[in-house]
Design a protein. Structure first.
Length: 580
């Protein structure tokens, strides 16, 4: 059960803006002091109006006009300083959360909805910023007015003030109770909105599959159900707010009617002058606005508390792959890789790798063969520390990869995945992904090695050609060759090729395969491949089953053993295919 508000966690991000907050607070004080003058000015105007002294009326009206002018200046100041501070806070929180997410491991993103993360980074943080802005000037200003104006009212007539404020504790209790219920409903509403956002991200990312399976009606129904749940959650929250306002308003009305009744009696008894009563009424009228705003602000505060909780839930997530504080920078390596008694499981009771050991000498090509789920991809994912094994160690040139920084480790490992991910930007930016300075000669050289230069120059803008989201304006073979160029540009000593040609047509495959042959020269390469042409030339083939190496050797050695590899080979050979 949560005992402490998450709002306290916002303060470290807001405190650096203290110069803006101080300026805003000075403007708030000016605003409140000028506001306090208005009831007195109203009383003076009513006094001289009753006496028919036009010049005095004009004089006090002139002072009132000046007061409103100064009040507007102070209001502008408090607004502009506080919104600046809150926007800086939002920027700091958003940057901190985004940076923290990048420190989390792949396991977190594999189980988290992308749409939900997007919503938390955008809408939730913006909502918190809006409330902090309102709290920083409206709440402080209103709170001060609720102190100084009742004090002025008490000065004018304490009996009248006590009577008019007698319902205040009841109003405060009701507002608090409404706020707590609103917090619960807002959390549900925010979760429903996140689910809706996650569904949209999922569907739009897979729109080709939706259309290919004619599943539009099915997805529309799914969306309608989520949208209806979102609507119902929002309705319950808004219904509660709609109930609160007339209840509080009714109590305000009772207070005002009691005020007129008691005020009339006080005047009749000679305890209160008419101009004082007018001044008192003006103070009450001014007081109603901050009361309404405080009620509204409190509701928004409780609604945004749900967003604060969701934001700092992300910040509370801890990475499973942790870089040591005194991590070394991995020096330029020769490419010797050793797995020693490595065991790994995504779930404690479901091991994927079991006491696996292997040794890859510099420049060797290691091919990984096995049925789906044997642990091939998991094995290579441990090398750049996408995950850490539960047991055993992985060494590069005799150095434990847990002892070096993640950046220096991953900069020396090139990866060409089965499914290429490209980002919005130019072709050159995609090849040099992650590098702020673009070295075009190096980019072009990498593209030539990857057999990509010719098709890139076929575009009217060459390397400056814009690549759309996910590279949808490029063919599969073209995207794969850009991915190879991206890996080559790092000039890594170690390469991981994860079924890099499995999804290509024969023409594209030939170009990609030729590029891969160049890439593998003088590098330590781990290949997850179904193509016999790649496997045959490997220095060592490892056959994996249930997370263990059951066979190892060259292509010819394994055929002679007539074991599991030979079975794979015969099955594919009899089908007339060169795929495992």
């Amino acid at each position: 059960m949560k005992t402490r508000s998450s709002w306290w966690q916002i303060l470290p991000y807001l405190w650096p803006q203290w110069p803006l907050l101080v300026k805003g607070f000075i403007c708030i004080l000016g605003f409140v002091l000028v506001t306090l003058c208005l009831p007195f000015l109203a009383g003076q105007v009513s006094l001289y109006m009753g006496q028919g002294k036009v010049e005095q009326v004009a004089y006090w009206l002139g002072l009132g006009t000046l007061a409103f002018f100064l009040r507007g200046i102070f209001q502008y100041g408090q607004n502009i300083f506080m919104i600046n501070a809150s926007l800086e806070m939002v920027l700091n929180v958003r940057n901190a959360v985004y940076a923290h997410l990048h420190r989390l491991g792949l396991d977190y993103f594999e189980t988290t909805k992308t749409g939900d993360l997007t919503y938390r980074l955008t809408e939730d943080i913006d909502k918190v910023g809006e409330v902090v802005d309102k709290l920083s000037h409206q709440f402080v200003s209103n709170a001060l007015q609720l102190i100084v104006i009742p004090a002025y009212m008490f000065y004018l007539n304490w009996q009248l003030t006590i009577a008019s404020l007698i319902l205040a504790p009841l109003m405060a209790t009701l507002v608090s109770q409404f706020g707590e219920k609103l917090l619960i409903l807002s959390r549900r509403s925010q979760n429903q909105i996140s689910n809706l956002s996650a569904l949209l991200t999922e569907i739009f990312s897979g729109i080709r599959v939706v259309k290919a399976f004619a599943a539009q009606d099915y997805e529309v129904k799914r969306f309608n159900q989520e949208a209806k749940q979102n609507r119902n959650a929002r309705y319950r929250a808004e219904k509660l707010k709609a109930t609160q306002y007339p209840v509080v308003g009714f109590l305000e009305a009772i207070s005002i009617m009691s005020l007129f009744l008691i005020g009339g009696w006080q005047i009749s008894q000679g305890n209160l002058r008419s101009e004082e009563f007018v001044s008192y009424l003006a103070a009450v009228a001014i007081l109603l606005h901050p009361i309404d705003l405080m009620t509204s602000n409190y509701n928004e505060f409780k609604q945004a508390e749900a967003s604060v909780d969701r934001i700092f839930e992300l910040m509370a997530e801890q990475p499973t792959v942790i870089e040591k504080d005194n991590a070394l920078t991995l020096p330029h390596v020769t490419g010797k890789v050793e797995y020693s008694q490595v065991s790994f499981a995504y779930k404690p009771d479901q091991p994927v790798l079991r006491n696996l050991s292997l040794l890859a000498e510099p420049g060797q090509i290691i091919a990984l063969v096995g049925s789906s789920g044997a642990g091939k991809t998991t094995l290579v994912n441990l090398l750049p520390r996408f995950y850490d094994p539960q047991d055993g160690e992985i060494l590069i040139d005799g150095i434990d990869i847990k002892d070096v920084s993640l950046t220096s480790l991953r900069r020396q490992i090139g990866i060409v995945p089965q499914e290429t991910t490209l980002f919005s930007g130019t072709i050159a930016q995609n090849i040099a992904y992650g590098q702020e300075e673009l070295d075009y000669p190096a980019i072009e050289k990498a593209a030539k090695i990857a057999n990509a230069h010719s098709f890139i120059m076929g575009f009217s803008q060459g390397y400056h050609t814009w690549v759309g989201e996910r590279g949808v304006n490029l063919s599969g073979g073209q995207k794969q060759r850009i991915a190879i160029a991206r890996a080559v540009l790092l000039n890594p000593r170690i390469m991981i090729l994860d079924e890099a040609t499995s999804a290509l047509d024969s023409e594209s495959e030939a170009l990609v395969q030729e590029a891969l042959e160049r890439v593998m020269e003088n590098r330590t390469v781990f290949v997850i491949a179904h193509r016999l042409s790649t496997v045959r030339r490997a220095d060592c083939i490892l056959v994996l089953e249930k997370g263990q190496v059951v066979e190892s050797g060259t292509h010819h050695e394994l055929l002679e053993k007539e074991g599991r590899y030979a079975q794979f080979y015969k099955q594919q050979y009899t089908k007339g295919s060169e795929e495992f």
